[in-house]
Write a protein that binds this ligand. Structure first.
Ligand SMILES: Cc1cc2nc3c(=O)[nH]c(=O)nc-3n(C[C@H](O)[C@H](O)[C@H](O)COP(=O)(O)OP(=O)(O)OC[C@H]3O[C@@H](n4cnc5c(N)ncnc54)[C@H](O)[C@@H]3O)c2cc1C
Ligand code: SF4
Ligand code: SF4
Length: 431
């Protein structure tokens, strides 16, 4: 166990991963049966409708409001803890759920990540069995954490009632293997995830943001188009997205995995805890009865309200798609002239989409990145990696499957309006 591991949070030595082409090291390749990656990986041959049905009792229904964008759910909420938790990324809803599950004896252990003792930005998988040790997991780390490599050690210790806190690529593999794990109970708390990178690359980004990068203790891409930085001396700094030094980043800063990942909102979790649709607060996507029970478990520690929505996403998403198509390395902000950036950065929070409309915009941007980056870098994978709903998300922006790019439509029909004949939900094609 590494020095500095919080007491009660068990961080076992893990095997080395098996190298694979598109992989975010979720932990399965470090398990005793690394070949399970073939059926478990979201980058190989994912089947979202089947897993959504297994987990939620039904697949996403694009005729229900917002399911095309956010996946199956029973409720969307804006939320915050009445007492925000010290060190949390937002107000600490995620780790508080973990604490409550341990306090009430609902699970034997929570599998999540804490900060590596040697590097606060590096995620380290930990198995937590005492509620008070959940505090060590608070906050966001940048990088890949093989959380699922903890499942076998947990089972060896006799823990069969587990909660897992994970990002979408981890949760996909977990759900794909859930039936064969034969757990007594599995509760999945997910966070959305986008634009992850290796911890090493992320340190390079911090160096561009400050001449004392080691003093940055917090970073978040907020829904008001600003990055918030906090420093060890208590200072805070807000940088408009458009003023970020994105063009100085290496072209492989965002790995292909994270530029082509199809599940921004973690559709296979019981509850997704994010911020995108929260208009300055947190945002909960409650997906099933187990997710509703988790909200109840927090009782009056949690303040909730209906999410807000404002502005129109079509223009910004269209601009994003055009930039992504143009940009050689997939870094879309490069085209903005320097003199225009402060003005555009000031205008965006005022005119841009807000709340749920902001979240829909981000989901559509991510879907279009998936199509454009795979088309450029790994066209053969498109057929297996891109679920049908992604094509529906990007259709209003002139992106449709070309022959050979989709498995469910035959090549003859692809690109000839088949998607338009299907149910459109709230994603009407632009005239
Ligand atoms: C790389 C990354 C990108 C994200 N992007 C978005 C986004 O675009 N939109 C959005 O709405 N939300 C995003 N989130 C989620 C968001 O940052 C918050 O984590 C979430 O809103 C929960 O806040 P909280 O205060 O409840 O979390 P806390 O109570 O502070 O708990 C945070 C939890 O996240 C886990 N965690 C932290 N880092 C990692 C990691 N690298 N891998 C796996 N688990 C981790 C911790 O173990 C902990 O359990 C992202 C998270 C990550 C890790
Ligand atoms: S299942 Fe996990 S470990 Fe295996 S290839 Fe996919 S991301 Fe990598
Ligand atoms: S963006 Fe997708 S692939 Fe990358 S770490 Fe997040 S969930 Fe995994």
């Amino acid at each position: 166990m590494p020095d500095g591991t919080p007491p009660g949070a068990f961080a076992p030595e893990l095997s080395e991963p098996v190298p694979r082409a598109l992989c975010t090291d979720c932990g399965i390749s470090r398990s005793s049966q690394p070949k399970r990656c073939g059926s478990a990986c979201q980058f190989i041959n994912p089947d979202y409708p089947a897993l959504e049905t297994a987990v939620h009792g039904r697949a996403r229904d694009v005729n229900r409001p917002d399911e095309l964008h956010f996946g199956p759910h029973v409720k969307l909420l804006r939320a915050r803890m009445t007492k925000p938790r010290e060190g949390a990324q937002w107000t600490g809803i995620t780790t508080r759920i973990g604490e409550r599950l341990l306090e009430t004896g609902a699970v034997d252990a929570v599998l999540t990540v804490a900060a590596d003792p040697a590097d606060r930005w590096k995620p380290m998988p930990v198995l937590v069995t005492k509620a008070e040790d959940m505090a060590s997991a608070r906050g966001m780390r940048m990088g890949y954490a093989p959380v699922l490599a903890l499942i076998e050690p947990a089972l060896k210790l006799g823990y069969r009632r587990l909660a897992v806190i994970g990002i979408p690529c981890q949760v996909y593999a977990l759900r794909a293997l859930e039936a064969e794990l034969q757990l007594e109970k599995l509760i999945v708390v997910g966070t959305p995830c986008s634009d992850n990178t290796t911890t090493e690359q992320f340190h390079g980004f911090l160096k561009l943001l400050s001449d004392q990068p080691e003093t940055i203790t917090y970073l978040e891409f907020r829904a008001d188009y600003h990055v918030e930085l906090r420093f060890s001396d208590g200072r805070k700094k807000e940088i408009p997205f458009l003023m970020l030094p994105i063009s100085k980043l290496p072209s492989d800063f965002f790995p292909l995995t994270c530029r082509t990942c199809v599940d921004y909102t973690n559709v296979l979790s019981d509850i997704t805890v994010g911020y995108m649709g929260g208009t300055g607060e947190q945002w909960l996507i409650v997906r099933n009865a187990q997710g509703s029970a988790l909200v109840e478990l927090l009782g009056d520690e949690l303040v909730t309200s209906d999410p807000q929505s404002g502005g129109k996403r079509a223009g910004p998403v269209k601009g994003f798609v055009a930039n992504t198509e143009r940009a050689a390395g997939g870094l879309p902000l490069r085209a903005m002239p320097d003199w225009l950036r402060p003005l555009a950065g000031w205008l965006m929070p005022k005119l841009g989409p807000k709340g749920l409309e902001f979240a829909r915009a981000r989901v559509e941007m991510k879907a279009s990145e998936t199509v454009l980056h795979l088309r450029r870098a790994e066209p053969k994978r498109m057929k297996h990696m891109i679920p049908d709903h992604v094509w529906k998300l990007v259709q209003p922006y002139g992106l449709s499957p070309r022959p050979g790019e989709t498995a469910s439509l035959d090549d003859e029909a692809a690109g000839k309006g088949v998607l338009a004949r299907r149910s459109d939900g709230d994603n009407k094609p632009t005239p």
